[in-house]
Design a protein. Sequence first.
Length: 97
Amino acid sequence: MLKLNKDKTEFIVFSFKQLVKKTENLHIKVGSSYINYSMSVKNIGLILDNTLGIEKQVNYICKSSYYQIRNIGIIRKYLNDDTYKPLVQACIISQMD
């Protein structure tokens, strides 16, 4: 009785880099809906690609951390060290952990 939202549903096949091209045109049919293959998926904040590489995850964390650093830099002149350090810890270092 689970309702499928085909716009939000995707599937991934994990394989070796040499076999990736063989899986690119796959589709799964569930009821009357076709689910499309995806080369990378995000689940619980972790980005997985079809070869279990972490390049997209690292790029995402770098981009997000740079955004946070830039925003903290804008308000840095209004913060003292006791406020600044926990803010960096919460916004940037926690993502890297």
